[in-house]
Ligand binder design. Structure first.
Ligand SMILES: [Zn+2]
Length: 57
């Protein structure tokens, strides 16, 4: 069995903290990092908050 074929998609593990779900990345540019938009939004919000906090003196 070969992974990475044109129509196989790519397997990845969610990049969100405390989430280790595996997803199949079917996006064309393989830019997906999260199992769901819920995780994506959670990490995005956390990153935004962290950046703001570090920017403040
Ligand atoms: Zn996730």
């Amino acid at each position: 069995m070969t992974l990475g074929g044109d129509h196989a998609g790519r397997l990845g593990v969610c990049a969100a903290p405390r989430c280790d779900r595996v997803y199949v990345d079917t996006s064309r540019n393989a830019g997906r990092q999260f199992c769901s938009t819920a995780c994506q939004n959670r990490v995005k919000a956390a990153t935004f908050r962290a950046r703001q906090a570090s920017d403040e003196p």
